[in-house]
Design a protein around this ligand. Structure first.
Ligand code: SF4
Ligand code: SF4
Length: 119
């Protein structure tokens, strides 16, 4: 009895494992992959990212740019695996995965990111 009380007492005094999310967040690793970033100016609308995506997360949608209306990637983050195949295949390196973790939304439709949102 005394042994189990001592053990319980030790556990109570330990630092908690849980974090007070969203105020507190886990430290990110160096290779963490988060929300995509797109440079609309250097995207050449080749659609290589959309073709390689294993989960069909990328739709090419009309986007207004200084060069006129172009097809650019719209990303469905709610289906994304964060595999970075789209980043790897992009010939102009205009699509990259960042350390942005802001995916805590109440409505999954808020995870559909138009090209203009991927800044
Ligand atoms: S990270 Fe992978 S799953 Fe996500 S959009 Fe890019 S290719 Fe598709
Ligand atoms: S983001 Fe890269 S791979 Fe995708 S359409 Fe633009 S240039 Fe092509």
């Amino acid at each position: 009895m005394l042994k189990s009380l001592t053990k319980s007492g030790k556990e109570v005094l330990k630092e908690p494992f849980t974090l007070q999310f969203p105020e507190e967040r886990e430290a990110l690793t160096d290779n963490y992959r988060g929300v995509h970033k797109l440079d609309i100016e250097t995207c050449i609308s080749c659609a290589a990212c959309a073709r390689i995506c294993p989960n069909q997360c990328i739709d090419m949608v009309d986007t207004f740019t200084d060069r006129g209306t172009k097809k650019m990637p719209e990303i469905h983050l709610e289906r994304c695996l964060f595999c970075a195949d789209c980043e790897e295949v992009c010939p102009t390196h205009c699509l990259v995965l960042t350390k942005d973790t802001s995916m805590d939304v109440y409505d999954r439709r808020d995870l559909i990111k138009r090209p203009e949102d991927l800044k």
